[in-house]
Design a binder for this molecule. Structure first.
Ligand code: PAF
Length: 283
């Protein structure tokens, strides 16, 4: 497995890779969620590139950039085991050299949900992903459904800016008790870790109600809200029942929806989502 840092090193290594090239962008501290993306890329592509870069521009000054967990040695070991061909570990200076002032912004999709409380987050994500795509020039890129809004935003960016890459969104990987895998789960103490299962439990309850015939968007949101309110260590930031592609909030009867939520458990902010769909419905 090759490892590169600068753009010239990356370009030289990339030029040697058989195509199609599958790419998994990450911020490191890899868990099963990331590894499932790398394995899928390994199955589907002739070469696999993974980037590890804790991107400062997607963190607000109040967020956890400095505390964000890092363990490059372990990450490299795990990627080697999967048979990844190339790992790109750019530094902040490589990504954002002095004088950097060009940003990629997806307008409307980034105003809602995560973007409502994190106004500069997606500008950082789309800018770095555009730069990563320009460097790696993959034919396929793999993202997790866990960051549902990120996946929708990246798909929009790729379409709007004609990036020649197919975006593949892979299912959420969960712990045995349903908690969605996230590098931030390591911040939780044992009581908080137990309380954090409320995201999965409440979304499951809403999805079960939907499967049993509940179609009202407000009532689906209320099922989640009531369960989170009953968990003393959890503080609901938002619960959304939105159109899965436009991310606009839905009212009344819904046939297909992205139920998504953000919850603070202690100091840790966690997100999760379920897609619900009436299978008898064809849009
Ligand atoms: O999902 C992530 O880990 C990050 O947002 C990404 C896509 C690697 C960009 O920094």
């Amino acid at each position: 497995m090759n490892q590169t840092t600068t753009f010239p090193e990356l370009r030289a290594a990339r030029a040697q890779l058989p195509e199609p090239v599958g790419f998994v962008p990450t911020m490191g501290y890899l868990h099963e969620g990331h590894l499932s993306l790398a394995r899928r890329a390994r199955e589907e592509c002739a070469s696999v590139v993974v980037s590890i870069f804790v991107n400062p521009t997607q963190f607000a000054p109040t967020e956890d950039l400095d505390a964000y967990p890092r363990d490059l040695e372990r990450d490299l070991r795990l990627l080697e085991e999967i048979g990844v061909d190339l790992v790109w570990t750019p530094t902040p200076e490589v990504m954002y050299p002095e004088g950097f002032q060009t940003w990629v912004t997806v307008e409307e999709l980034t105003q809602v949900l995560e973007g409502a409380s994190r106004p500069t987050h997606f500008r950082g994500v789309t800018t770095v992903v555009a730069k990563l795509f320009n460097g790696v020039q993959p034919q396929k890129a793999y993202f997790g459904q866990k960051d549902a809004q990120q996946a929708v935003v990246i798909q929009r960016m790729v379409k709007d800016l004609n990036f020649p890459v197919e975006i593949i969104v892979c299912p959420i990987v969960r712990e045995p008790d349903g908690l969605a895998m996230s590098s931030r789960n390591t911040y939780l103490n044992p009581d908080e870790r137990q309380a954090a299962t409320v995201l999965y439990r409440s979304l499951t309850a809403a999805a079960e109600a939907f499967a049993a015939g509940e179609r009202d968007a407000d009532r689906l949101r209320a099922i989640v809200r009531d369960m989170v309110d009953a968990e003393p260590l959890a503080d609901l930031e938002y619960i959304s029942c939105a159109h899965p592609e436009t991310l606009q909030e839905l009212d009344g009867e819904v046939e297909r929806a992205l139920l998504s939520m953000a919850v603070r458990v202690g100091k840790t902010r966690l997100i999760d989502n379920f897609l619900v769909m009436n299978h008898a419905f064809s849009p």
